[in-house]
Design a protein around this ligand. Structure first.
Ligand SMILES: Cc1cc2nc3c(=O)[nH]c(=O)nc-3n(C[C@H](O)[C@H](O)[C@H](O)COP(=O)(O)O)c2cc1C
Ligand code: SF4
Ligand code: SF4
Length: 252
């Protein structure tokens, strides 16, 4: 089984690693890796994992699927989708895209993990609760792998009711927040020390340095990676200040 994933702050990477540990011990590959396309070409069975953003597929994952659509034809794909609270059809959104390009979707798995939105209080939980969420996810993963091996794969997020929940409970509701979101990142130039850490980490090459300060372009996928790593807490996106720098390592 080939595992491919996108992960902004580590939750999804952790989940697909555990999934493959239980499945066959193989190592997943990030969609940011130059080796990923060749790996897809060689594999018939693929597990694709991504975080849900407003009950939808992150831009980076959507772009990746579209740009490499020919490679997914006739592949058997299992989808893992991580989330902080709820997504009607997080896995279903990716499934519909992949089906359009000829893939066969064999299952879906929704996993509740710590919230990665470091500049909004709404979904923040105490550390112990976040640790428990990760443990619960691990149990769900083990059960899902067992079911898959027995030919009875889980179908989280894949049916029509899930689709309605994703659309009416999330996508329509959050339409305004997601409009023009690729250029909404804010960098406080009084706080930025020009260390380039965010530039090196951004999966979209959306950040650069000008006059020794970081500047954002219009290709942000909202992954919160730069926000969670900036030593000055100088970057925000949905909120006004960084409350917690959310990284999976904090919750293990
Ligand atoms: C822009 C954005 C939107 C999000 N929308 C949702 C959502 O609709 N439902 C939800 O439960 N979690 C949502 N989340 C939380 C993430 O899906 C969750 O924390 C995920 O596990 C992060 O994975 P990662 O660490 O691999 O990046 C959102 C996160 C971001 C950054
Ligand atoms: S990581 Fe923070 S301090 Fe460093 S360049 Fe980026 S915004 Fe500035
Ligand atoms: S600018 Fe930051 S939040 Fe946006 S894609 Fe790059 S690392 Fe992710």
């Amino acid at each position: 089984m080939l595992g491919i994933y996108f992960s902004g702050t580590g939750n999804t990477k952790y989940c697909i690693e555990r999934f493959l540990d239980y499945y066959d011990g193989s190592e997943p590959i990030s969609i940011e890796s130059p080796d990923v396309i060749e790996a897809i070409r060689k594999s018939q069975n693929i597990v694709l994992a991504y975080p849900v953003y407003y009950s939808d597929v992150p831009k980076i994952v959507r772009d990746f699927i579209y740009q490499n659509r020919a490679e997914f034809k006739n592949k058997e794909i299992f989808i893992i989708c991580t989330m902080a609270l709820f997504s009607g059809d997080g896995a279903g959104c990716g499934a519909r895209l992949l089906k359009k390009y000829g893939a066969n979707i064999v299952g879906g798995l929704h996993l509740k993990m710590p919230d990665c939105i470091g500049d909004v209080k709404l979904l923040k939980r105490p550390l112990e609760q976040n640790k428990q969420l990760v443990k619960n996810a691990e149990i769900k993963i083990a059960n899902a792998v067992n079911a898959l091996k027995q030919g009875k794969s889980t179908k989280d997020g894949l049916n029509i009711l899930c689709r309605a929940a994703g659309l009416f409970g999330q996508r329509l509701w959050f339409y305004r927040q997601t409009k023009d979101y690729t250029s909404k990142l804010k960098i406080n130039h009084h706080m930025c020390i020009g260390c380039r850490k965010c530039v090196a980490l951004c999966p979209m090459s959306n950040l650069s340095i000008s006059d020794q300060k970081a500047v954002s372009g219009n290709q942000c996928t909202m992954c919160y990676r730069c926000i969670s790593h900036c030593p000055q807490k100088a970057i925000t996106l949905l909120g006004k200040e960084v409350i917690e720098q959310c990284l999976i390592e904090n919750y293990l």
